[in-house]
Design a protein around this ligand. Structure first.
Ligand SMILES: Cc1cc2nc3c(=O)[nH]c(=O)nc-3n(C[C@H](O)[C@H](O)[C@H](O)COP(=O)(O)OP(=O)(O)OC[C@H]3O[C@@H](n4cnc5c(N)ncnc54)[C@H](O)[C@@H]3O)c2cc1C
Length: 396
């Protein structure tokens, strides 16, 4: 089978690229259905972009690499596409755009565009081997048990990261990069719940409150206590900056002045226990937990200004050392990936082999929580698609 372009991975980036690359395109995926992560994303409503997307919302060894693609395909370009297809959307918070109805609409839009472009979609198809010679790429495939050989001058790798292996994530993209001499940076789970020794927060499981979590970067979003440890958007965000063994700092009262509140209450409700006094600031279950963890005793009236200040400092800078993270099993993304210095930032093509492209999550560009990762998938896919359409080889 001869094509102009073979794309490996029918996820967000692969579908978007296939729909816009032009020419004869073969889109390969070992999954039963395309776009599975889109389907389950954003609680089934897909947080498909973020209107505030900028390079500062991404982690990469080279923070400049994502700039060109993000500037040339903006969140508003994707919003236009979504709106043209009659998909209703809303802003939930912080520039995050979600479908009103279902993430399946985004999958249907992308598969519809691929169909209209005449893309041959090969599902339940595994990639056995990739070779490159004077005639271009030859990819040995097994389609539903049947061996198949596909050839094309261009190959796009869009196989994502290692997150959620149960959904078909593999390290194929990294293997292909290495095969063709490209470097791959260390990979680790990102946007992932942090774990603590068993039972540490068991009594608080299910409790959620606004917090500021700092691990170099500060994130003001909800914090959720779970049976295994800490989760919620603030923790997921912070996890991408956290390294094993490091502390995280939790401000349980961002924007509040607990010292002032407690001192002002002292003359009025001084006979209240210190632990119950915390109920003015926090859910009672958390007051109890902190009372035990920090050994709080006595009544509010017994506390000096200094003691109240120390307590206030603990509440706004609670230092905790996670024992680990939940890992790739639940991580929303994979940090690290194909090293960007081997790729052309305008086309996503390998500098050493310009007919080979890497797009989406397999590249060492990882977004914050909030629609940034899909925006990178769309933008990097469009960068490659533009080069493929133009027959531009991406060479420097
Ligand atoms: C639960 C969850 C919720 C998320 N919610 C959001 C959200 O709301 N907003 C947001 O911006 N981001 C979200 N993300 C992140 C987002 O889904 C990814 O960043 C994005 O899907 C990456 O796109 P991709 O095309 O690079 O990779 P993927 O979408 O992961 O696609 C990769 C494709 O390659 C295929 N593949 C892998 N290995 C092989 C192989 N060996 N052979 C053949 N095919 C292979 C896979 O089956 C898959 O279809 C979420 C992630 C998860 C896990």
């Amino acid at each position: 089978m001869d094509f102009d372009t073979i794309i490996l991975g029918a996820g967000a980036a692969g579908l978007m690229c296939a729909a816009h690359a032009g020419g004869r395109v073969l889109l390969v995926d070992h999954a039963k259905r395309p776009g599975e992560k889109i389907r389950i994303s954003g609680g089934g409503r897909c947080n498909f972009t973020n209107t505030d997307t900028g390079p500062a919302n991404f982690l990469s060894d080279n923070p400049h690499f994502c700039k060109s693609a993000l500037a040339r395909y903006t969140p508003w370009d994707f919003v236009s596409l979504v709106s043209e297809h009659g998909i209703a959307w809303h802003e939930k918070t912080l520039g995050q755009l979600f479908c009103d109805d279902s993430a399946k609409q985004i999958v249907a839009m992308l598969t519809g565009l691929c169909e209209a472009a005449g893309v041959r979609l090969a599902l339940e198809t595994s990639v056995e081997r990739v070779d490159h010679g004077p005639e271009g790429f030859t990819v040995a495939l097994t389609e539903r048990g049947r061996p198949l050989s596909a050839r094309a001058p261009n190959l796009v790798v869009a196989t994502g990261g290692k997150s959620i292996p149960k959904m078909g994530a593999t390290g194929l993209g990294y293997d292909i990069a290495r095969q063709f001499g490209l470097a791959v940076t260390d990979t680790r789970p990102g946007l992932v719940p942090l774990t603590f020794p068993e039972g540490r927060f068991a009594g608080l499981s299910g409790l959620s409150l606004p917090a500021r979590v700092t691990t170099g970067h500060a994130f003001d979003e909800a914090l959720l206590f779970t049976h295994r440890g800490l989760s919620g958007p603030s923790i997921l965000q912070a996890s991408s900056y956290w390294r094993e063994g490091e502390e995280i700092e939790v401000n349980l009262l961002p924007g509040a002045a607990p010292f002032d509140t407690l001192r002002a209450a002292r003359p009025k409700v001084g006979r209240r226990s210190l632990v119950r006094s915390l109920d003015m600031l926090l859910p009672a279950r958390l007051s109890d937990h902190l009372g035990e963890a920090w050994g709080l005793s006595g009544n509010l009236a017994d506390q000096s200004d200094r003691a109240l200040q120390a307590l206030s400092d603990q509440l706004t800078a609670w230092r905790l050392t996670p024992s680990g993270s939940e890992g790739y099993r639940t991580a929303e993304v994979t940090l690290g990936g194909v090293a960007t210095y081997g790729l052309d930032s305008k086309t996503m093509a390998a500098k050493s082999l310009p007919q080979l492209y890497f797009i989406g999550e397999c590249v060492d560009v990882t977004g914050w929580l909030g629609g940034y990762n899909f925006q990178w998938a769309w933008a990097s896919a469009m960068a490659a698609a533009g080069a493929l359409r133009a027959g531009d080889t991406g060479a420097d």
